[in-house]
Design a protein around this ligand. Structure first.
Ligand code: TYM
Length: 334
């Protein structure tokens, strides 16, 4: 075993359901970039998760490629990391089925995201929506993942993956690595700009609630200028100031300034100035990502070579785990 093989393994993914939000970037993607120099990382575009709610097939294809381009544009190296499309590695679906038989109905019923999503899509509460966390567990367990960089909203799903891994190991002996979540201390939960008590979600119907990574600068500015705050006119990070806390968090990440530095910078100035400064800092943070994504989307052949090559790399690792799992559960070798 060489040094490279002993590095910890990182797995994470984003759904190509619509455009990617500032929440996805700050909560997840940004941290993936830091991890690529330290760990062996797999970053997946989870298109199979996306179809748990109805998607337009043409748009889903476009969004999948756009998300892969965006991964690269954010600074992820497609040679150093394994960056691929989930449906290209069928072992995800295969392991998901097996893990279904080690996951309890009651456990899945307790998932808050299922409750939220089934309320939101009451006309389409399909089995995939219910089973979604098991596919996520399969994604993670397939690669002996040690660390999973995610936002706060995925914590419960990660807990489930850990429980399923432990249960399977308990029955069949040590098979899966039990993964740990990595949730950033700052930015693990970016809130809606229109309702700061709610998570910023890319499926929000109010366009002013979300900043998208590929939004035009003028739209980003407009959204920040309209951001809901409070009536105190004091830029200070403390309880009861959800809107300002959220803007301070975003500004801190975009500029590297601490909360105290931000409070000093805007002492005695109104929220108007502050919102403009936050908007401008986000425009500058996202500008190179947007430009690079647009450029990459003009090279579909390059993107195709990336996802094809990387699906092969992922399949080799996935198959190693599957051979072990099939044997453990008692399937006859092909
Ligand atoms: P998804 O596509 O909803 O979100 C992608 C990542 O973005 C994080 N995130 C946020 N972080 C901070 N603030 C927010 N407002 C915010 N909104 C979203 C999410 O926590 C996530 O890390 N089930 C996953 C995708 C997935 C996955 C996996 C992740 C499938 N398989 C295996 C990790 C490992 C999801 O729907 O993420």
């Amino acid at each position: 075993m060489d040094n490279n093989e002993r590095k910890k393994i990182v797995f994470s993914g984003v759904q190509p359901s619509g455009s990617i939000s500032l929440g996805n970037y700050i909560g997840a993607l940004r941290n993936w970039v830091d991890m690529q120099d330290i760990y062996n990382c797999l970053y997946c575009v989870v298109d199979m998760h996306a179809i748990t709610v109805r998607q337009d097939p043409k748009k889903l294809r476009e969004q999948t490629l756009s998300l892969l381009a965006l991964y690269i544009a954010c600074g992820l190296d497609p040679v150093k990391n394994i960056m691929y499309i989930q449906s290209h590695v069928p072992q995800h679906a295969e392991l998901s089925w097996i893990l279904n038989c080690y996951t309890m109905f009651g456990e899945l019923s307790r998932m808050t995201q299922f409750k939220d999503k089934s309320a939101k899509h009451a006309d389409n509460v399909n089995a995939g929506l219910f089973d979604y966390p098991v596919l996520m567990a399969a994604d993670i367990l397939l690669y002996k993942t040690d660390l999973v960089p995610i936002g706060h909203d995925q914590k419960q799903h990660l807990e489930l993956a850990r429980n399923v891994a432990e249960r399977f190991n308990g029955v069949h002996g040590n098979t899966f690595t039990v993964p740990e979540p990595f949730i950033p201390k700052v930015g693990g939960r970016i809130m809606s700009l229109a309702d700061p008590e709610k998570k910023m979600s890319k499926s929000d119907e109010n366009p002013n609630a979300i900043v998208l990574l590929l939004d035009k600068p003028e739209d980003i500015m407009k959204k920040f200028k309209r951001a809901v705050t409070d009536s105190e006119a004091v830029v200070e990070y403390r309880e009861g100031k959800a809107g300002i806390n959220n803007l301070m968090t975003i500004y801190s990440i975009a500029t590297g300034k601490t909360m105290d530095e931000i409070a000093n910078e805007f002492a005695g100035r109104g929220y108007g100035d502050f919102k403009v400064a936050v908007g401008e800092s986000v425009v500058e943070m996202l500008r190179p990502i947007r430009e690079k994504t647009e450029e990459l989307l003009k090279s579909p052949d390059y993107l195709e070579s990336i996802y094809k090559e990387n699906a092969l790399r992922a399949s080799v690792l996935a198959e190693r785990t599957m051979e072990k799992v099939r044997k453990k559960v008692g399937f006859v070798k092909k």
